[in-house]
Design a protein around this ligand. Structure first.
Ligand code: BES
Ligand code: ZN
Ligand code: ZN
Length: 497
């Protein structure tokens, strides 16, 4: 476990292996901000950087020996680019990349040059997210892995209440994101629906969060037909999980819903092998709900938070649902299932109806719902859809503040039209065009009119198949965790819906 703390120890004598300092690209390879480094050290460092050809452009990382300058063995100069346009997300990304580049180093100091709370929070967040590694399933190769940095000290910021609160907040949120990443990275054999439920119970631990789990009998009794239909093709039975955090005095309620398909083979509408390789990530929405509810309880947020997690394994076993089957979603609507690979919407439909019954102030769901999301927005931008345009715009702002890239997508009337079934209330696939939008149109059918609801399609952003960048590792990213937390906080503040 990595420790992180603020220190008032002088930068020059700080006892760490590496010292991270920000440099800007304004002409003279300026070491950013005056107060933290003594003038003579700063001037010498700038000379060394100049000799090495460092130019301070955003994301650049240059190592300089600490000898003669500071006690730390090395100084790692990270380029911040033009500081006049330096936003907090750039800080998070730069610090994240710097920390990852230091894997294998034991202790790291980070010099803060603009010592306000948001900057400290961004630095800590970037550091903890960038420092993430997942080695739980390595055997013989475990010992050859570079361990994450063990100790992070933030220096140069005053150790007052504002800074400490900023640091605490960053720690809770980053731990939540990293926890979600762990769940996503865990192989699907180790994380069937029953184990997701177990994880939820363990994650909330002694926190004031109530956990309720529907097993297959309870699901049948209460007629959760979507979850049962998708789950029936697997030897691992489905579950529905409800988490409730209701602190004293909270006036508003937000429901967070997450798709929890522990493995998506496609079912009888089987996916090709390549497309299946990453399908352990199909429970990323579920991971985000568990992580966010846990974090909000740890932060003692003043808002009621209800987490809903329908979780299944989508498999083509002998009892699997067939294309052509008609199933009945919780609440009574019927769905003609023409493609068993469009399973997320079936289990989410059950959960959205259940969540709506309690009439929360806002429902937000997150789901790795469609490949079409990746075609439309790429793999770093999630889609936001909603039954209310103003809410959609507000969620965009909330996500951005939380550091997550998302973009507004419509639910056009014609996409609902393509879902008309000749024999049931609705069918589960459209005409193949605008697949992200018709999936949202399907979900919207299960949210009553007047119930504020937003849907986040995180299919691409949930899992990074490419190399690591900024604070984002390869594999599970923890997408939607920070947005969920920020959404709940905004609801608490009356800023949402
Ligand atoms: N889990 C997939 C969506 C997905 C694709 C997530 C790639 C992450 C990366 C989802 O269940 C699915 O298979 N959707 C189908 C729907 C189609 C059959 C209407 C899709 O997008 O192809
Ligand atoms: Zn699918
Ligand atoms: Zn899926």
């Amino acid at each position: 476990m990595t420790s992180i703390a603020l220190t008032s120890a002088p930068v020059t004598t700080l006892d760490v292996d590496a010292l991270i300092v920000g440099i800007t690209d304004e002409g003279k390879k300026h070491v950013e901000g005056p107060p933290a480094l003594p003038d003579d050290v700063r001037v010498s460092l700038e000379k060394a950087l100049e000799a090495l050809g460092a130019n301070g452009k955003l994301g650049e990382i240059t190592r300089v020996p600490g000898t003669g300058l500071v006690k730390a063995r090395m100084i790692v100069a990270v380029g911040l680019g033009d500081v006049r346009i330096l936003d907090l997300e750039k800080v998070r990304r730069t610090v994240g990349a710097a920390l990852r580049s230091l894997a294998g180093t034991k202790s790291v100091g980070i010099v803060v040059t603009s010592p306000d709370g948001p900057r400290v929070e961004a630095i800590a967040m970037g550091a903890l997210l960038g420092n993430y590694a997942f080695h739980a399933f390595r055997g013989a190769s475990a010992s050859s892995q570079q361990a994450p940095v063990l100790k992070i000290l933030i220096t140069g910021a005053p150790k007052n209440k504002e800074q400490s609160a900023a640091l605490d907040r960053a720690v809770v949120i980053a731990e939540a994101v990293n926890y979600a990443r762990d769940l996503v990275n865990t192989p699907p054999s180790a994380l069937p629906p029953e184990e997701i439920a177990q994880q939820a119970i363990e994650a909330v631990g002694k926190l004031p969060v109530r956990v309720e789990v529907w097993d297959e009998d309870a699901l049948a009794r209460d007629e959760f037909g979507g979850i049962l239909a998708v789950g029936q093709g697997s030897a691992n039975p489905p579950r529905l999980i409800r988490l409730e955090y209701s602190p004293k005095g909270a006036k508003k309620t937000v429901a967070l819903v997450g798709k929890g398909v522990t493995f998506d083979s496609g079912g009888l509408s089987l996916k090709p092998p390549k497309a299946m390789e990453t399908m352990k990530c199909d429970m990323s929405g579920a991971a985000a709900v568990i992580a966010a509810v846990t974090a909000l309880a740890r932060m003692k947020a003043k808002v009621n938070v209800i987490g809903w997690i329908p979780t299944v394994e989508n498999m083509p076993g002998g009892h699997a649902q067939r294309p052509g089957d008609v199933i009945t979603i919780y609440g009574g609507r019927t769905v003609e299932v023409l493609n068993t690979d469009a399973e997320g919407r079936l289990i989410l439909a059950d959960a959205l109806v259940a969540a709506s019954e309690e009439q929360p102030d806002l429902i937000v769901d997150a789901a790795t719902l469609t490949g079409a999301q990746i075609i439309a927005l790429g793999d770093r931008t999630s889609g936001i859809m909603s039954n209310d345009d103003d809410l959609q715009a507000a969620i965009y702002e909330t996500a951005k503040r939380a550091g997550e890239t998302m973009w507004h997508m419509p639910i056009p009337e014609e996409s609902r039209g393509t879902l008309d079934s000749p024999i049931a209330d609705i069918k589960n696939i459209g005409d193949g065009k605008g697949g992200m939008l018709s999936a949202a149109a399907f979900l919207r059918e299960f949210v009553p009119e007047g119930q504020p609801w937003a849907h986040l399609d995180i299919a691409g952003p949930a899992f990074n198949e490419g190399g690591p960048y900024g604070y984002t590792p390869k594999g599970g990213t923890g997408a939607a965790v920070r947005t969920f937390i920020q959404v709940a906080e905004d609801v608490a503040q009356g800023q949402l819906p």
